[in-house]
Design a protein around this ligand. Structure first.
Ligand code: SF4
Length: 273
């Protein structure tokens, strides 16, 4: 958090720009395919969200635009330009795509403008990711770094996807909750702060449970409301520091976690019928 120069620093932060996606993955962590109308955020709202985030966080190594499928957002080009206006406050802008779509011309131009500062992660779901080759060639021609994560066949990235389970309360003991939280990938990566609907969370499960779908009882200490003007920057930073010091978050009691057990991994991107 505070580095030697007194700057407030995070390792990685994600901005969810839309839950819309062209795929219908059964275990999608946002649950996008299950909405009648998937949450989707306008350019103005996301630009204000970025502005508020970078008022609190002086520097983040990776700043990520995620979905849903980011290439679906009609204002992605403007969002890339907007993120780049904060370039001094991050190292790389990361975009994660499912490899099934090609960016439209305005997005290609925006990526070209900022090529040295962008990296694209392509999740390769085999036949579903029908544009991996073309997208990779396009990115290479633009001198944009890209990384393909293989999520098909027998040797899937990280062993495949996780099923976090239902939204029933588990009634785990505090000791078990702390162990679950500690084992979880989100915690091992020191919290990838993920922003959904103007609020920053430890994990996507927290964003969905507490804010986006309101599936569990409110616990305001588990997230940072970037639009809460009653709190100063220092108070928002204190909330982030407190979150890092929690033994677990309330939503862990409504989650199976991911843990280390390979048996709990499932083939990625299995489609709903
Ligand atoms: S809610 Fe689930 S995914 Fe989030 S930290 Fe707790 S165990 Fe991990």
């Amino acid at each position: 958090m505070y580095n030697a120069e007194g700057k407030f620093v995070l390792r990685r932060a994600v901005l969810n720009i839309t839950y819309r996606c062209n795929l219908r993955c059964k275990l999608c962590v946002t649950g996008g395919p299950r909405y009648k109308v998937a949450p989707h955020y306008s350019f103005n709202y996301l630009a204000e969200t970025m502005h508020r985030f970078f008022k609190i966080v002086d520097y983040v190594e990776w700043y990520e635009l995620s979905g849903g499928e980011p290439f679906i957002h009609p204002d992605l080009a403007e969002l890339i330009d907007c993120a780049m206006s904060f370039k001094k406050q991050f190292d790389k802008l990361l975009i994660i795509t499912n490899g099934s779509l090609l960016p439209h011309s305005a997005v290609i131009s925006a990526m070209q403008r900022h090529a040295a500062d962008i990296m694209v992660f392509i999740s390769d779901y085999g036949e579903l990711s029908s544009n991996v080759k073309e997208l990779t060639e396009l990115l290479l021609s633009l001198n944009i770094d890209c990384k393909i994560k293989s999520y098909h066949g027998d040797n899937q990235y990280f062993g495949g996807w996780v099923d976090y389970g239902s939204w029933e309360r588990r009634n785990d003991s505090p000791t078990d909750l702390a162990a679950k939280f500690k084992r979880c990938g989100a915690s091992k990566m020191q919290g990838i702060f993920t922003t959904h609907a103007g609020t920053m969370h430890w994990c996507v499960r927290s964003a969905k449970g507490l804010v986006v779908d309101k599936l569990i009882p409110e616990e305001a200490s588990d997230y940072i409301d970037l639009f809460d003007d009653a709190l100063s920057v220092e108070q928002q930073r204190s909330k982030i520091v407190s979150l890092f010091n929690k033994p677990y978050i309330s939503v862990c009691n409504y989650c199976d976690g991911d843990g280390d057990n390979a048996q709990r991994r499932y083939p990625a991107a299995e489609q709903l019928s």
